[in-house]
Write a protein of this length. Structure first.
Lengths: 353, 272
């Protein structure tokens, strides 16, 4: 049990800054996801916390104790790597028991505890196998078992699900979350998958170019992204982004797209963001947008629109599709409360209107 | 298409046969010679004859087996030191890029030196340290070429071990060295076995350093073989028997490591 804190943490390779004065708090017992595109510094941050990369500046603290110079083994952490890093020459049971060998636990005790962990993960029948004889999902469980056996202060996960196929990924995501909740151990989880980040995290830290772009609860970030980058990175399908002007209750882009925005105050130049779920379509012979393609998802459907030069997407009920054949003209509108407005120069969120 | 494939496979088989015969015929000839009397030795083409064991008796009486034992001892100690130091060196070069890309091949640079350049410094040091009646100078001399070769040989094997294994072990509570010993090293054991046999053969076959640095009265195998080239002429029969004693262990060992041998040599050579 421990709070993890990054104070102005920095990582440089030569003159290249990978992580740039990052401040993050990982609350005790929570699962915090570091998410961002590749090269944003999330994995480097995790590896600095693990002690596998040197820290160029700032401090990392676990439970108030600065751990900058400590060896990984003195940090009381457990880590699950993307490729699981199972020891090929050891059996499943020996792999899970391995961290206990460092703590001078008696071999019989260690193996008994490893058996308990294996049973709890549904690996009970596989304990004498070698890693190469396991499926990807089973290997993943062994890696998790090895991480939880020692009851560390902090769990570190480095894209642990990205080598699994899509179905297994969703199942494992849920299991992992349950284990973390049950043990109540602070967890830091790195992924490039925003959906994984949204569904798993208590707190989400979106990173970009070595800095924290935004951090907070996933629902808060989804509802109030503080920049165009975060707005488009989080949420699927991606948020519609258009630049133009707002006047007389309508947004107009230079190419002529028009979206009704109700009572929103006028803006000379603004970047407008609308989540596809919030973009309402009303069929009209004088509509400014045309249905280009429909993707049916089941009860919902993604409608791709051509609005002059802009391409927009909207998510609608499948029931409404009868009125929206390909080629149909539609009017676009958004509730004022569902609008996201960004400054065209800085691309930062404008103060709420 | 099939016609060309057939032609190609015939050509390949032919090439392999030529290569195999080039290697085995002289050995076969030496093996036959070891059972011939001096008179029969004058007829190199003689294949069918009544074998006799005189040459073998002569060789045993001359203490060739003792020399083989001493060679084995020198080679074993050389290899033991080389494997311990070489595996650590190879891992450092593979995982930590110690010395940059230069060391990957640079480590073999000493092979370019003719042994004659090194042997006299070794000899004078051996005298100065009063070690000239021991096998220590020979072992050191053999280390000068066995250790770099074993290190280079193992780099490719270590390249195949994911770095995350060592990192995982360090996170799991072990020091770097413990992680290396308990997790990384077991992954390359087959390579180390092959390297050990390869290194053993290099040491076993060396004559030059042994001739100059080994104690004169109790010398090592290749020197003992050469001793059948006496001032009365070459004792061809006895020498053949001694050569067979020297070659057989190497042939047997090579048979067991042939796959790893290719892996080690190509793995080390392909990657820059």
């Amino acid at each position: 049990m421990a709070e993890v804190r990054f104070n102005k943490v920095r990582k440089k390779y030569g003159s290249t800054v990978i992580v740039d004065d990052v401040d993050i708090v990982f609350p005790d017992g929570s699962l915090t996801v570091l998410v961002g595109p590749s090269g944003c510094g999330k994995s480097t941050s995790l590896r600095m916390l693990a002690g596998l990369e040197e820290i160029s500046g700032g401090e990392i603290m676990i439970d108030g104790r600065v751990i900058n110079g400590l060896e990984p083994r003195d940090r009381d952490i457990a880590m699950v790597f993307q490729n699981y890093a199972l020891y090929p020459h050891l059996t499943v049971l020996e792999n899970i028991a391995f961290p206990l060998r460092a703590t001078k636990t008696r071999r019989a005790d260690a193996l008994r505890r490893a058996q308990d962990v294996a049973d709890s993960l549904g690996l009970g029948a596989l304990t004498s196998r070698k890693p190469k004889d396991l499926s990807g999902g089973q290997q993943q469980r062994v890696a998790i078992g090895r991480a939880i056996i020692r009851q560390p202060a902090v769990f570190l996960f480095d894209e642990p699900l990205s080598n699994l196929d899509a179905k297994l990924r969703v199942e494992t995501r849920f299991e992992l979350l349950q284990i973390q909740r049950r043990l109540g151990i602070t967890a830091v989880y790195v992924t490039h998958d925003q959906e994984e980040a949204m569904t798993m995290s208590d707190r989400m830290v979106v990173m970009r170019d070595g800095r924290v772009a935004q951090s907070g609860r996933p629902d808060e970030i989804y509802a109030r992204p503080n920049s165009v980058f975060v707005a488009t990175f989080v949420g699927s399908p991606k948020m519609n982004i258009l630049s133009g002007t707002i006047a007389d209750g309508a947004f107009t882009s230079p190419s002529g797209s028009r979206i009704a925005v109700g009572s929103t105050p006028a803006h000379d130049a603004v970047i407008l963001g609308v989540r596809p779920d919030d973009l309402t379509l009303s069929p009209s012979p004088t509509g400014t947008a045309k249905v280009a393609l429909v993707e049916l998802l089941g009860p919902r459907a993604i409608v791709h629109l051509d609005a002059s030069d802009d391409r927009l997407t909207s998510v609608v009920d499948a029931a409404a599709l009868a009125d929206l054949p390909v080629g149909a003209l539609v009017d676009l509108s958004v509730r004022p409360g569902a609008l996201h407005l960004f400054d065209p120069a800085s691309e930062n969120r404008l103060i709420e209107v | 298409m099939t016609r060309r494939t057939n032609l190609w496979s015939v050509a390949r088989a032919l090439l392999l046969w030529v290569a195999a015969l080039t290697v085995t015929l002289p050995l076969l000839w030496v093996a036959l010679a070891s059972f011939k009397s001096p008179a029969q030795l004058n007829d190199p083409g003689l294949v069918l004859f009544a074998p006799n064991l005189d040459n073998w008796a002569r060789v045993l009486e001359a203490g060739v087996l003792d020399a083989a034992g001493r060679s084995a001892m020198v080679a074993t100690i050389t290899v033991a030191i080389s494997v311990v130091a070489g595996s650590m060196g190879a891992y450092a070069i593979s995982a930590y890029k110690t010395g940059g890309s230069a060391t990957r091949f640079g480590i073999l640079a000493a092979q370019v030196l003719p042994p004659a350049v090194l042997v006299f410094p070794f000899l004078t040091m051996a005298y100065a340290l009063r070690l000239d009646t021991t096998y220590i100078p020979v072992i050191f001399a053999h280390l000068s070429f066995v250790l770099p070769v074993i290190t280079w040989f193992l780099i490719g094997f270590f390249d195949a071990v994911p770095r995350s294994l060592e990192e995982q072990a360090r996170v799991d509570g072990f020091s770097r060295f413990a992680a290396f010993r308990m997790v990384v090293l077991p992954q390359v054991l087959p390579g180390i076995g092959a390297a050990a046999i390869f290194g053993f053969t290099l040491s076993w076959n060396d004559m030059f350093y042994g001739l100059i640095l080994a104690p004169t009265q109790e010398t090592i195998l290749p020197v003992a073989i050469a001793a059948f080239n006496t001032f009365r002429g070459v004792e061809l029969g006895a020498m053949s028997a001694a050569i067979i004693i020297a070659v057989v262990p190497v042939v047997i060992a090579s048979f067991f490591i042939q796959r790893r041998l290719v892996q080690g040599i190509s793995g080390g050579a392909v990657k820059f």
